[in-house]
Design a protein around this ligand. Structure first.
Ligand code: MG
Length: 228
């Protein structure tokens, strides 16, 4: 991580703890459409994937078109985020503090998410993380990148390659922090190092997808940086 010039953080599940909420809402919507699944099923089969592919899976399973499913999901999801808020992922502030503590040696950082920019900004603001991604050297430079802006979703490497180029770094000098196999596959395909954050997705799945290493908590990385 220290050797990297840019750290690209995934958003959901790495910065903001949205996965329990979003998978619960998605499971409710799919259940209402006629396929009874729960949040645990959604986490295993849908987490980290793009919604269009998920919709195709659900339509295949039910053998019918569901033109309102995604709108229904987004409406309910934004409503719950507004109502309930979302917490920052445990240990992320400590990791960002440790990176800040490196001063001029600190790598740049940015966010690369499959989610729409609106959702990323809403959840980052709500969990107090938005300001922590402002660049010190160029405060007005963009640091939050959405797959919707490039039209390529993880596991496609396009978003990570776009983020690295926009931040002014080569793929080989980047480290990605990811909690889903789709994100790990995207980072590997982009030619980047990738640290898997094992939580809802088990460590062995992240390693099998190609993660360079896996940690159980951001605190492990923070401790290494403080010791360095
Ligand atoms: Mg994620």
């Amino acid at each position: 991580m220290l050797e990297s010039q840019l750290i690209i953080f995934d958003c959901d599940g790495v910065l903001v703890d949205t996965e329990p909420l979003t998978n619960r809402v998605l499971a409710q919507c799919v259940t209402d459409a006629g396929w009874a699944i729960d949040a645990a099923y959604s986490i295993v089969h849908f987490k980290g994937r793009n919604l269009t592919d998920i919709l195709a899976d659900v339509e295949d399973h039910l053998g019918k078109r569901l033109p309102n499913l995604l709108d229904d999901y987004r409406k309910r999801m934004y409503c719950e985020i507004h109502e309930l808020g979302v917490p920052a992922v445990d240990g992320i502030h400590e990791l960002l503090d440790a990176l800040d503590g490196l001063g001029s040696k600190a790598p740049h950082r940015c966010v690369g998410t499959n989610a729409p920019l609106k959702k990323a900004k809403l959840t980052l603001e709500g969990s107090g993380l938005m300001d922590r991604f402002a660049r010190r050297d160029e405060p007005n430079k963009k640091t939050i990148f959405s797959a919707y802006e490039v039209g390529k979703w993880k596991p496609d490497p396009g978003l990570f390659l776009h983020a690295a180029a926009a931040m002014g770094h080569t793929p080989a000098s980047c480290t990605v922090v990811e909690d889903s196999t789709a994100g790990v596959v995207a980072a590997v395909a982009a030619g980047m190092q990738v640290i898997g954050l094992a939580d809802l997705t088990p460590a062995e799945d992240l390693l099998e997808a190609g993660a360079t290493r896996v940690v159980e908590s951001h605190r492990e990385l923070a401790a290494e940086l403080v010791e360095s």
